[in-house]
Design a protein around this ligand. Sequence first.
Ligand SMILES: [Zn+2]
Ligand SMILES: [Zn+2]
Length: 426
Amino acid sequence: MTLLSPARDALATGPLCDACLGRLFADRSFGLTNADRGHSLRVAVALEDDEPFEDPDDECWVCEGECARYDWWAENAAAAVRGYDFSTYQVGTRVPPLLEENDLLLREEAGLDEDAGELLKSEFNREVGKRFGALTDTEVDFGRPDIMLHCDLTTDEVEVQVNSAFVYGRYRKLKRDIPQTKWPCRDCNGTGRQRDELCDGCDGTGYRYDESVEQLTAPVVEEAMDGSGATFHGAGREDVDALMLGSGRPFVIEVDDPHVRDIDTDPLQADINDFADGKVEVEGLRLATHEMVERVKEHDASKTYRMDVSLDEPVDQETFDAALDELDGATIYQETPQRVDHRRASKTRTREVYSIDGTVDGDTAELEVHGEGGLYVKELVSSDEGRTEPSLAGLLGVGAEVTALDVLDVEGEAEPFADEDFFRDA
Ligand SMILES: [Zn+2]
Ligand SMILES: [Zn+2]
């Protein structure tokens, strides 16, 4: 196809800038900007028709001069993100409907298909993006960039969206009665007040527990990244009264609106451990990508527990061992435990006991259980009134109850997420 005929028709529509002319043929030849294409076509038409060459003086009727403002937009975008630390970006453009219509009209006048060449929006994103990247020495990322810029051509404003930053690590909980995340008081719905008085249930704090693993760790990360909020995502959770020991449980802390991303995680780890004051300890801290959140939340790791058990009657070691033999390697059927949130619909699930070991001394026992992720171990001991089958209490024919519970290990690996894809380098 010769380009000269539609180019000539396009030029006849009125003052047209090189970019708007060249954009009609954006799919032809690589390594050129649309403005390069437009300029070449304008020259070629003048040569072919033996007419004097002239650059247009008047404002382009299609883009109304917007294609001449890429530098202005890039500089404004760079100013809008000042104070933010980022290495990747993406530019989006809101084009007024009138300009989109002009683009269509031009194609019609030039006898071209509606979708010939490239959209004004795409050219804008690329041209402003290219300049912004050069100004800020950062890279475009079409997946999940650190920041998103929206150039709104109707208001002449740049909107900045700063994506969260993520820190991965593993925690140990060394004191009991600490929930993993903030636990709002049920009596006052977290408001701390009831009928204009301080809530009795929480002494006005709004929380059922004074501290959580989240509250002992996330604020330190939020401050280090100069963010405006932080959320704790754990790979499962232990009971409030259980310790979390061994190599720790994986977690991700997500920081909203971070001004700083590339922090050194070694001093951060030390700062968190200072702040958590021996109640919680973190290790293996690394910067992570947003994919790590899903990864950690879906992670249903096998766990090893240590439990103190109280029995309603004394049991001898032989009887006790026979019961443990039955449970060793068994598939356990469990209805949702009664202690679990009553709003949750009850369902039966099966989980494996990989191994179980223990000693008994009269009416107290100690157990170590390695079980599949999601196994309810307190119910494995007590039977939860027959809702868990088989169970230690059921097999012994004696009531049994866990009086202390510790998580010794999650998955038995120091690093369950070896995949480098989910980490980012500082
Ligand atoms: Zn134009
Ligand atoms: Zn309360």
